[in-house]
Design a protein around this ligand. Sequence first.
Ligand code: GLA
Length: 343
Amino acid sequence: MSTFQELFGKEPEASASAPGRVNLLGEHTDYQGGFVLPTAIPQRLTVELGRNGTREHVLHSASSGDTLRVPVGETGNSFAPFLTGCFELSGVQEGMNAVISGKVPSGGLSSSAALEVATLRALRELFQLDLDDVALALRGVQVEHDFVGVKCGVMDQMASSLADTSTMLLIDTRSLERRAVAFPAGAEVLVIDSGVSRKLAESGYNERRAQVEEASRLLGVKELRDVEDVSQLEPLPELLKKRARHVVSENARVLQGLEADAAEFGKLMNASHASLRDDYEVSHPKVDELVALLQAQPGVFGTRMTGAGFGGAVVALVRAGTAESVANAVLKGYVGQAHQIVP
Ligand code: GLA
């Protein structure tokens, strides 16, 4: 018997899943109208839903074993806001039963976007909502802003809703235009979690966001996307100049990456990491250590932190067929709780 049946005594009315994502290039650009290049990871979350005929949502997480009860119209806490936000924004006015299963590892791989996208997909199925995949992603972003309280950009939900595991998805986060881009030939993706939990991620994220918004304002541009060259950043005070230099140079790296072979793409990833570490200051010493260990391995084209930063996972582009041996070699040399996530 499924967990849903055991808990609620009937079958779910709708069920949907959505993947996490790993971003190859284009970090901290998506709230300044820039370019991002994520791909979906194989790990997914599944959400099963059914109406329960009461004024209370009953939300169960199979991984933690927790069951939350939240009155209709309230947000709740813990993992509840991800679901109740989706219910609210989709006009659900009755109690829902929900079971979340599957696992997207923590560490900057967008487990929250996966949860929002899976919930919205299940709601779309159940209530025949008129939502295409982009509108669905944007609703997920709104859940994050209004119910979870994180002022994220659009990348994670767009990637979870639209990306697959076999290509990268170039997203212009201003126009939301997108296209699939092949991975560089002869390469594969390796993701390792550093084991460092992302404690400052929220406060640091909001602070960086405020800094680049201030930089745009001082430069008189709508967003840093509109700055074509880092030389235009000269008038800014030192700290804001560094922050803006990351965003402007990162946008250029994404565009260069579209035509790059594996070796060039790897160099762009290494440069992206240096920029995130030194100019944007969102890396972590243990993440830098993992990146350095990876960079020293034969077969590694390039590597960088991925996601918001302050700990979490690193992504590497490695010679096809070598991911396992590279991961084993690196994990031997690393002191900490790191583990391989992809492949
Ligand atoms: C988090 C946010 C995204 C993006 C990344 C950094 O994952 O949710 O919108 O800003 O950080 O690139």
